[in-house]
Design a protein. Sequence first.
Length: 279
Amino acid sequence: MNNFRYLLLIISLILVTSCSKEKKEVSLIKETNQNLEMITAYREGYEALSNNDPFFAAKKFLEAELLFPQSEWAPRSSLMASYSYYMQNYYAEALSNLQRYLKTYPTDVNVSYAHYLIAICYYETIEDEKRDSGPLIKAKNKFNFIITEYPNTDFALDAQFKVGLIEDILASKEMYLGRHYIKKGKWIAAINRFKYVIETYERTIFVEEALHRLVEVNYKIGLLDESQKYANLLGYNYLSSDWYKKSYKIFNRNYEIKKIKTTKKEKKGVLNRLKKLFD
Protein backbone atom coordinates (compact mmCIF):
# COMPACT_ATOMS: atom_id res chain seq x y z
CA MET A 1 0.00 0.00 0.00
CA ASN A 2 2.78 2.35 0.92
CA ASN A 3 4.60 1.37 -2.25
CA PHE A 4 1.46 2.20 -4.30
CA ARG A 5 1.13 5.64 -2.71
CA TYR A 6 4.78 6.27 -3.41
CA LEU A 7 4.24 5.24 -7.03
CA LEU A 8 1.24 7.60 -7.32
CA LEU A 9 3.36 10.41 -5.92
CA ILE A 10 6.08 9.80 -8.47
CA ILE A 11 3.54 9.65 -11.31
CA SER A 12 1.88 12.87 -10.10
CA LEU A 13 5.22 14.65 -9.97
CA ILE A 14 6.02 13.48 -13.48
CA LEU A 15 2.62 14.64 -14.76
CA VAL A 16 2.91 18.02 -13.04
CA THR A 17 6.41 18.48 -14.39
CA SER A 18 5.29 17.48 -17.87
CA CYS A 19 2.28 19.81 -17.74
CA SER A 20 4.39 22.64 -16.41
CA LYS A 21 6.94 22.10 -19.15
CA GLU A 22 4.19 21.94 -21.76
CA LYS A 23 2.65 25.19 -20.46
CA LYS A 24 6.03 26.91 -20.59
CA GLU A 25 6.55 25.74 -24.16
CA VAL A 26 3.07 26.95 -25.15
CA SER A 27 3.70 30.27 -23.37
CA LEU A 28 7.04 30.63 -25.11
CA ILE A 29 5.47 29.95 -28.50
CA LYS A 30 2.69 32.43 -27.79
CA GLU A 31 5.21 35.04 -26.65
CA THR A 32 7.32 34.46 -29.73
CA ASN A 33 4.28 34.86 -31.99
CA GLN A 34 3.31 38.09 -30.21
CA ASN A 35 6.84 39.35 -30.60
CA LEU A 36 6.81 38.61 -34.32
CA GLU A 37 3.42 40.30 -34.75
CA MET A 38 4.66 43.33 -32.87
CA ILE A 39 7.81 43.62 -34.98
CA THR A 40 5.71 43.22 -38.12
CA ALA A 41 3.33 45.98 -37.01
CA TYR A 42 6.24 48.27 -36.12
CA ARG A 43 7.90 47.62 -39.50
CA GLU A 44 4.64 48.38 -41.32
CA GLY A 45 4.31 51.60 -39.35
CA TYR A 46 7.85 52.62 -40.20
CA GLU A 47 7.31 51.86 -43.89
CA ALA A 48 4.06 53.84 -43.90
CA LEU A 49 5.84 56.80 -42.31
CA SER A 50 8.59 56.58 -44.93
CA ASN A 51 5.92 56.55 -47.64
CA ASN A 52 4.27 59.73 -46.32
CA ASP A 53 1.29 57.98 -44.75
CA PRO A 54 1.58 59.11 -41.11
CA PHE A 55 -2.05 58.31 -40.24
CA PHE A 56 -1.65 54.60 -41.03
CA ALA A 57 1.80 54.70 -39.44
CA ALA A 58 0.37 55.94 -36.12
CA LYS A 59 -2.23 53.16 -36.21
CA LYS A 60 0.42 50.46 -36.71
CA PHE A 61 2.78 51.86 -34.07
CA LEU A 62 -0.02 51.86 -31.48
CA GLU A 63 -0.89 48.33 -32.56
CA ALA A 64 2.73 47.28 -32.00
CA GLU A 65 2.69 48.79 -28.51
CA LEU A 66 -0.51 46.95 -27.56
CA LEU A 67 0.69 43.60 -28.90
CA PHE A 68 3.66 43.40 -26.55
CA PRO A 69 3.47 46.16 -23.89
CA GLN A 70 6.18 44.55 -21.74
CA SER A 71 8.84 44.68 -24.43
CA GLU A 72 11.43 47.38 -25.02
CA TRP A 73 9.70 48.10 -28.32
CA ALA A 74 6.52 49.32 -26.60
CA PRO A 75 7.78 52.78 -25.48
CA ARG A 76 9.52 53.21 -28.83
CA SER A 77 6.29 52.39 -30.65
CA SER A 78 4.35 54.84 -28.49
CA LEU A 79 6.81 57.62 -29.29
CA MET A 80 6.72 56.86 -32.99
CA ALA A 81 2.91 57.01 -32.91
CA SER A 82 3.15 60.47 -31.33
CA TYR A 83 5.64 61.55 -33.95
CA SER A 84 3.30 60.28 -36.69
CA TYR A 85 0.43 62.33 -35.24
CA TYR A 86 2.74 65.35 -35.15
CA MET A 87 3.71 64.81 -38.80
CA GLN A 88 0.07 65.02 -39.90
CA ASN A 89 -0.56 68.11 -37.72
CA TYR A 90 -2.74 66.25 -35.23
CA TYR A 91 -1.16 68.13 -32.36
CA ALA A 92 -3.88 67.39 -29.79
CA GLU A 93 -3.56 63.64 -30.44
CA ALA A 94 0.23 63.85 -30.34
CA LEU A 95 0.17 65.74 -27.02
CA SER A 96 -2.33 63.31 -25.50
CA ASN A 97 -0.27 60.29 -26.51
CA LEU A 98 2.96 61.90 -25.32
CA GLN A 99 1.45 62.58 -21.90
CA ARG A 100 0.35 58.96 -21.72
CA TYR A 101 3.84 57.84 -22.72
CA LEU A 102 5.42 59.88 -19.90
CA LYS A 103 3.05 58.32 -17.35
CA THR A 104 3.46 54.78 -18.68
CA TYR A 105 7.22 54.80 -19.33
CA PRO A 106 8.67 57.43 -16.93
CA THR A 107 12.12 55.82 -16.91
CA ASP A 108 12.47 55.20 -20.63
CA VAL A 109 15.71 56.38 -22.21
CA ASN A 110 13.85 58.61 -24.68
CA VAL A 111 11.90 60.68 -22.14
CA SER A 112 13.86 63.82 -23.06
CA TYR A 113 12.72 63.48 -26.68
CA ALA A 114 9.10 63.20 -25.53
CA HIS A 115 9.38 66.49 -23.63
CA TYR A 116 11.00 68.10 -26.67
CA LEU A 117 8.22 66.93 -28.99
CA ILE A 118 5.62 68.28 -26.55
CA ALA A 119 7.31 71.70 -26.72
CA ILE A 120 7.34 71.59 -30.52
CA CYS A 121 3.64 70.65 -30.62
CA TYR A 122 2.79 73.63 -28.43
CA TYR A 123 4.83 75.87 -30.70
CA GLU A 124 3.15 74.58 -33.85
CA THR A 125 -0.34 75.27 -32.48
CA ILE A 126 0.26 79.04 -32.57
CA GLU A 127 -2.19 80.71 -34.94
CA ASP A 128 -1.96 84.40 -34.07
CA GLU A 129 0.74 85.38 -31.57
CA LYS A 130 -0.74 88.86 -31.17
CA ARG A 131 -4.10 87.54 -29.96
CA ASP A 132 -3.21 84.33 -28.14
CA SER A 133 0.24 83.84 -26.62
CA GLY A 134 -0.85 80.81 -24.53
CA PRO A 135 0.80 78.17 -26.74
CA LEU A 136 3.96 80.28 -26.87
CA ILE A 137 4.14 80.43 -23.08
CA LYS A 138 3.59 76.68 -22.80
CA ALA A 139 6.29 76.02 -25.40
CA LYS A 140 8.71 78.36 -23.65
CA ASN A 141 8.09 76.71 -20.27
CA LYS A 142 8.64 73.24 -21.72
CA PHE A 143 11.81 74.29 -23.54
CA ASN A 144 13.13 75.80 -20.31
CA PHE A 145 12.30 72.52 -18.55
CA ILE A 146 14.40 70.65 -21.11
CA ILE A 147 17.30 73.08 -20.65
CA THR A 148 17.20 72.57 -16.88
CA GLU A 149 16.54 68.82 -16.72
CA TYR A 150 18.52 67.64 -19.75
CA PRO A 151 21.31 70.22 -20.13
CA ASN A 152 23.76 67.90 -21.91
CA THR A 153 21.45 66.82 -24.72
CA ASP A 154 21.08 68.10 -28.26
CA PHE A 155 17.48 68.91 -27.34
CA ALA A 156 18.69 71.40 -24.71
CA LEU A 157 20.90 73.17 -27.24
CA ASP A 158 18.04 73.54 -29.69
CA ALA A 159 15.67 74.50 -26.86
CA GLN A 160 17.90 77.45 -25.97
CA PHE A 161 17.72 78.66 -29.55
CA LYS A 162 13.94 78.32 -29.68
CA VAL A 163 13.45 80.09 -26.34
CA GLY A 164 15.26 83.05 -27.92
CA LEU A 165 12.90 82.95 -30.89
CA ILE A 166 9.85 82.73 -28.65
CA GLU A 167 11.01 85.67 -26.54
CA ASP A 168 11.46 87.72 -29.70
CA ILE A 169 7.88 86.94 -30.66
CA LEU A 170 6.52 87.75 -27.20
CA ALA A 171 8.53 90.98 -27.07
CA SER A 172 7.30 91.96 -30.52
CA LYS A 173 3.72 91.58 -29.27
CA GLU A 174 4.41 93.91 -26.35
CA MET A 175 6.07 96.44 -28.66
CA TYR A 176 3.12 96.26 -31.04
CA LEU A 177 0.73 97.06 -28.19
CA GLY A 178 2.99 99.81 -26.86
CA ARG A 179 3.10 101.54 -30.25
CA HIS A 180 -0.67 101.17 -30.50
CA TYR A 181 -1.11 102.93 -27.15
CA ILE A 182 1.15 105.77 -28.33
CA LYS A 183 -1.09 106.25 -31.36
CA LYS A 184 -4.12 106.43 -29.05
CA GLY A 185 -2.39 108.77 -26.62
CA LYS A 186 -2.56 106.24 -23.78
CA TRP A 187 0.81 107.14 -22.37
CA ILE A 188 0.81 105.18 -19.09
CA ALA A 189 -0.34 102.00 -20.83
CA ALA A 190 2.44 102.45 -23.40
CA ILE A 191 5.04 103.00 -20.67
CA ASN A 192 3.97 99.79 -18.90
CA ARG A 193 4.36 97.76 -22.09
CA PHE A 194 7.83 99.10 -22.87
CA LYS A 195 8.99 98.64 -19.28
CA TYR A 196 7.78 95.04 -19.40
CA VAL A 197 9.92 94.44 -22.49
CA ILE A 198 13.17 95.70 -20.92
CA GLU A 199 12.48 93.83 -17.67
CA THR A 200 11.30 90.51 -19.11
CA TYR A 201 12.86 90.22 -22.55
CA GLU A 202 16.21 91.93 -22.01
CA ARG A 203 17.96 89.55 -24.41
CA THR A 204 15.77 90.38 -27.39
CA ILE A 205 16.35 92.76 -30.29
CA PHE A 206 13.53 95.04 -29.08
CA VAL A 207 15.22 96.37 -25.94
CA GLU A 208 16.85 99.32 -27.72
CA GLU A 209 13.58 100.54 -29.19
CA ALA A 210 11.74 99.95 -25.91
CA LEU A 211 14.25 102.18 -24.09
CA HIS A 212 13.87 104.86 -26.75
CA ARG A 213 10.07 104.74 -26.46
CA LEU A 214 10.39 105.19 -22.69
CA VAL A 215 12.56 108.25 -23.25
CA GLU A 216 10.05 109.53 -25.78
CA VAL A 217 6.81 108.98 -23.86
CA ASN A 218 8.12 110.12 -20.49
CA TYR A 219 9.37 113.34 -22.12
CA LYS A 220 5.98 113.83 -23.74
CA ILE A 221 4.09 113.71 -20.43
CA GLY A 222 6.62 115.88 -18.61
CA LEU A 223 8.51 113.23 -16.63
CA LEU A 224 11.89 114.61 -17.63
CA ASP A 225 13.90 112.81 -14.93
CA GLU A 226 12.45 109.47 -16.02
CA SER A 227 13.10 110.33 -19.63
CA GLN A 228 16.71 111.25 -18.84
CA LYS A 229 17.16 108.03 -16.84
CA TYR A 230 16.18 105.83 -19.76
CA ALA A 231 18.25 107.95 -22.17
CA ASN A 232 21.31 107.40 -19.98
CA LEU A 233 20.58 103.68 -19.82
CA LEU A 234 20.24 103.51 -23.58
CA GLY A 235 23.45 105.45 -24.11
CA TYR A 236 25.39 103.34 -21.61
CA ASN A 237 24.41 100.03 -23.22
CA TYR A 238 23.84 101.00 -26.85
CA LEU A 239 25.93 104.10 -27.48
CA SER A 240 26.27 103.49 -31.23
CA SER A 241 22.60 102.60 -31.67
CA ASP A 242 20.36 104.58 -34.00
CA TRP A 243 17.74 104.51 -31.24
CA TYR A 244 20.15 106.36 -28.93
CA LYS A 245 20.71 109.00 -31.59
CA LYS A 246 16.95 109.44 -31.84
CA SER A 247 16.65 109.68 -28.07
CA TYR A 248 19.42 112.29 -27.96
CA LYS A 249 17.38 114.52 -30.26
CA ILE A 250 14.34 114.33 -28.00
CA PHE A 251 15.72 116.89 -25.60
CA ASN A 252 15.45 119.58 -28.27
CA ARG A 253 12.56 121.92 -27.42
CA ASN A 254 10.79 121.45 -30.74
CA TYR A 255 10.68 117.67 -30.53
CA GLU A 256 7.37 115.94 -31.20
CA ILE A 257 6.54 112.26 -31.29
CA LYS A 258 6.39 111.20 -34.89
CA LYS A 259 3.50 109.13 -36.12
CA ILE A 260 4.38 105.47 -35.98
CA LYS A 261 3.85 103.66 -39.24
CA THR A 262 3.19 99.94 -39.22
CA THR A 263 4.72 98.19 -42.21
CA LYS A 264 3.15 95.27 -43.99
CA LYS A 265 6.03 93.15 -42.78
CA GLU A 266 5.18 93.95 -39.15
CA LYS A 267 1.51 93.23 -39.75
CA LYS A 268 2.32 89.73 -40.89
CA GLY A 269 4.06 89.15 -37.57
CA VAL A 270 7.24 87.42 -36.64
CA LEU A 271 5.67 83.98 -36.50
CA ASN A 272 5.47 83.38 -40.24
CA ARG A 273 9.19 84.06 -40.61
CA LEU A 274 10.16 81.87 -37.69
CA LYS A 275 7.98 78.95 -38.68
CA LYS A 276 10.18 78.41 -41.72
CA LEU A 277 12.90 77.27 -39.35
CA PHE A 278 10.81 74.23 -38.49
CA ASP A 279 9.91 73.23 -42.04
